[in-house]
Design a binder for this molecule. Structure first.
Ligand code: UD1
Length: 312
């Protein structure tokens, strides 16, 4: 019986990871979340099978206490959003940078074997070449991207200096059920879903021709859990995307088709810190993991839409 910790376990990707871990026979799953953006509701169906610790990842002593006896910590707690990190940089730095260091230090002190880290495709910034490969020099364009990149470096160094097994997965624009659409900083697909169901036009920042490698949350959770036990990956960094890219205009077009309506978007100025194009090179990922994405964009959007419809 292995004990697994998921920081940010009540969040969007964290709760999907918790549900995925419950498929592992004998898994003891502990979600750690301060409920800043995470929600108990995200864990409602599984609450009786897990422990939820409401705590802050920067509370080192408390983290050591809860991490003791754990085999793997999945470090997913973060304050996401590129624009939020620009308009309000202090909290995102404290959680994403200092919090990551705190989690690593606690994992080391508690004798945890491995930490799997939610890194971000934002670390690449704008590159001349697509797809983006792990060997490219990172060019972060926002505080959020810097914070997530710092975490990757700390992961590698806690492996090389302290022998902690670490795996950084650069998630590429994750979307799916439970992504919270209610804030000005919400991920674009969650906002599109909300607009579609309310029959309102979305605002697209820029011309809508920027591209993203949108990755379905259940795929990301499956990969994240595989990273707990994969061989030959300790100290490593891997793109966690599909290897595709779609424009925002294409995504909105698919959604209008699914719903059978026409709602032209409203275009507004580009957001500072916004990356133009994003697409993962998945060569290293495919070589190191058996994981293959199960959900293409249309299937993922359809499932996501059904979830928002059912929960609205
Ligand atoms: C970035 C990272 C992603 C990370 C996320 C965390 C990149 C390429 N990706 O996502 O890996 O998980 O931060 O927050 O850096 N937009 C609209 N209308 C809206 C909302 C957004 O047009 O209502 C646009 C944005 O300007 C952007 C795109 O949609 O061009 C995607 O935005 P968002 O979903 O916030 O994610 P990224 O910033 O791309």
């Amino acid at each position: 019986m292995a004990k697994y910790i998921v920081t940010g376990g009540a969040g969007f990707i964290g709760s999907a990871t918790v549900r995925q871990l419950l498929k592992v026979p004998g898994a003891e799953v502990v979600a750690v979340d301060n409920l800043f953006s995470g929600k108990r509701a995200n864990l409602a169906e599984v609450m009786e099978r897990i422990s939820l610790v409401v705590a802050d990842i920067r509370d080192h002593e408390n983290m050591v206490k809860h991490f003791r006896g754990a085999d793997v910590v999945f470090h997913l707690a973060a304050i996401p959003s590129v624009p939020r990190s620009i308009s309000d940089p202090v909290p995102s730095h404290e959680v994403n940078a200092n919090g990551c260091f705190s989690v690593l230090r606690a994992a080391k002190d508690a004798g945890v074997r491995r930490v799997v880290y939610a890194a971000s495709s934002s670390a690449y910034g704008d590159t001349d070449v697509l797809p983006k490969v792990e060997t490219m020099r990172p060019l972060p364009k926002s505080p959020y991207a810097v914070q997530k990149l710092l975490g990757e470096h700390y992961m590698a160094v806690f492996h090389s200096c302290f022998g902690l097994e670490t795996v950084s997965l650069r998630y590429f624009n994750v979307y799916g059920p439970r992504q919270d659409p209610s804030s000005a900083y919400s991920g674009v697909i969650s906002v599109f879903m909300k607009c579609l169901l309310a029959r309102e036009s979305p605002t697209i920042y820029g011309d809508g021709e920027q591209t993203r490698d949108f990755t379905y949350v259940e795929d990301v959770a499956a990969l994240t859990v595989e990273a707990a036990h994969a061989d030959g990956v300790a100290g490593g960094l891997f793109n966690a995307g599909n290897g595709n890219r779609y424009t925002l205009n294409q995504v909105w077009a698919v959604l209008q088709q699914l719903e059978g309506l026409v709602l032209p978007p409203v275009y507004s100025g580009s957001r500072p810190g916004d990356v133009r194009d994003s697409q993962a090179d998945v060569t290293a990922l495919r070589a190191a993991f058996s994981f293959r994405p199960q959900f293409g964009i249309e299937d993922g959007l359809r499932r996501t839409l059904e979830w928002y419809r059912a929960s609205s």
